[in-house]
Write a protein of this length. Structure first.
Length: 162
C-alpha cells in the first residue's frame, strides 16, 4: 500500500482495515501520534487528512489511500515551528504532555480553517481530552497563534496578487 505521509510517498505492507494510528506507530515508526482511547473520543491520535483533523485510531488505511496524511512530526520544524507550537510554549500549555500532539494538530486544523476563532469556535473545534485540564491555556494559545497565522495568510495573499 502506498501512502502520502508528510509530503513523501511511503510503502507499507499492511491490511487495508488496519487503523491508520497503528500503521503510523508500528509500521512507519511515527510515534508522535498517540494512542489514547481507541474509540475516537480523546483525540490523542489526531492527524491531518487532506488538511482536516481526523482521529487516526478509527480511520482504516483504506480510507486514506491517495490522500495527504500529516502527523505532528511534520507540523513544523526546529528552525520554523508552527505558530501553534510557539504559542503552546509561550502559554505553557503542556503538563504531562501526552495529549499534546493531538491537541496541536486539532488547533492547527482549526486555525487553517478559521484564522480568527472566537472562544465558542475553539470550544466547538477542540474536542480533545486533556486529563491535566489545560483547556484554558489551550484557548489562550490558540488566540496567540491566530495572529501569526493571519499574518502569514495575508502575506501569502499579497504575494499571490503582486
Amino acid at each position: 500500500m502506498e501512502l502520502n505521509l508528510n509530503g513523501k510517498s511511503v510503502q507499507l505492507d499492511a491490511d487495508p482495515n488496519m487503523p491508520l494510528l497503528w500503521a503510523l506507530r508500528d509500521g512507519l515508526n511515527m510515534t508522535g501520534t498517540k494512542f489514547g482511547c481507541g474509540i475516537a473520543a480523546c483525540g490523542a491520535c489526531t492527524v491531518h487528512i487532506d488538511g482536516q483533523a481526523v482521529r487516526s485510531c478509527v480511520t482504516p488505511l483504506s480510507a486514506v489511500t491517495g490522500k495527504k496524511i500529516q502527523t505532528i512530526e511534520a507540523l513544523g520544524t526546529t528552525d520554523q515551528p508552527h505558530a501553534v507550537q510557539l504559542a503552546w510554549i509561550a502559554e505553557q500549555v503542556p503538563q504531562c504532555g501526552y495529549c499534546q500532539s493531538g491537541m496541536l494538530m486539532a488547533a492547527a486544523a482549526l486555525l487553517a480553517k478559521n484564522p480568527k476563532p472566537t472562544d465558542a469556535d475553539i470550544d466547538e473545534a477542540m474536542t480533545n481530552i486533556c486529563r491535566c485540564g489545560t483547556y484554558q491555556r489551550v484557548r489562550k494559545a490558540i488566540h496567540r497563534a491566530a495572529g501569526p497565522v493571519v499574518s502569514a495568510q495575508i502575506a501569502m495573499t499579497e504575494g499571490a496578487v503582486a
